[in-house]
Design a protein. Structure first.
Length: 251
């Protein structure tokens, strides 16, 4: 299905699930904003790859937890890529594995502002552009949640899991709020995907440790998550909103 002429912002797409989604979106015809926080080189490499494959992309640095940076990000996309059609709220973080009684307020605040406030702020900017209420032509939002929202991540990062629980609820509520304004809002809930995020928790090989407890006996790949995200963004999912799709190998 072609998304020619459409524009998508994908937060946190310099690597991992975001980068795989950026490449697939560009292949399907989207002009892509590759957002990142620190790694300009990695973001530039994603853009270069997309251009080599005949697609259109730009990379833009913005911390999604900072309101001013989010506003600037979307204003730059307006100028450089044109009218927004889609948002993938993907930038998410986790911290070193620990129990709840060890967590301090600084950690909790960083997790919640990036994983929750960031998603709200980016969705706000997307709605102001895409909603028919604001003379937009409609669009689609996909929130990258996590199976952690229902599994809980005990002994690892209950704060992260709770932030994803908030995103599930956010998806359901926002989907209803903008359903009559031409915008569909859905979420994917991956788990055990081979990316660098597990190193942030202090266990780069976490998926290998866990994989025998996954019914499919393997971890997942970023491209498998990207496929679901692009389906939700596409017209093939035209009657789907408020849905939470699990990509967790049966777990
Ligand atoms: P990852 O490999 O760690 O990549 C994270 C990306 O987010 C990077 O591009 C990073 O940019 C960017 N980022 C971090 N903080 C940001 C901020 N404040 N503003 C803007 N960008 C920011 O992560 P991933 O595994 O692909 O995960 C992507 C999403 O999937 C997250 O929401 C995660 O919770 C979710 N998820 C992942 C798994 C899994 O097993 N991997 C499972 C369930 C859900 P820089 O590189 O520039 O810092």
């Amino acid at each position: 299905m072609s998304a020619a002429g459409k524009v998508v912002v994908i937060t946190g797409s310099s690597r991992g699930i975001g980068a795989a989604t950026a490449r697939l979106a560009a292949k399907q015809g989207f002009a892509v904003c590759v957002n990142y926080l620190t790694d300009a080189q990695a973001a530039a490499a994603v853009v270069e790859k997309i251009q080599q494959e005949g697609g259109r992309a730009i990379s833009l640095k913005a911390d999604v937890s900072q309101e001013r940076e989010v506003v600037q990000l979307f204003e730059t996309v307006d100028r450089q890529l044109g009218s927004l059609s889609a948002l993938v709220n993907n930038a998410g973080i986790l911290k070193a594995q620990m129990r709840v009684e060890e967590m301090d307020a600084a950690r909790l605040s960083q997790i919640f502002t990036t994983n929750i406030t960031g998603y709200f702020l980016c969705a706000r900017e997307a709605i102001r552009r895409m909603s028919t209420k604001y003379q937009g032509t409609g669009g689609a939002i996909v929130n990258v949640s996590s199976a952690a929202s229902r599994l809980g991540s005990a002994g690892e990062y209950v704060d992260y899991a709770a932030s994803k629980g908030a995103i599930d609820t956010f998806t359901i509520g926002l989907a209803q709020e903008v359903a009559a304004e031409g915008i569909r809002v859905n979420a994917v809930r991956p788990a055990f995907i081979y990316t660098d995020i597990h190193a942030s928790g202090g266990e780069p090989d976490r998926v290998e440790r866990i994989k025998n407890a996954i019914p499919m006996k393997r971890g997942g790949y970023p491209a498998e998550v990207a496929n679901a995200i692009l389906w939700l963004l596409s017209d093939a999912a035209s009657y789907v909103t408020g849905a939470l799709i699990d990509l967790a190998g049966g777990k």
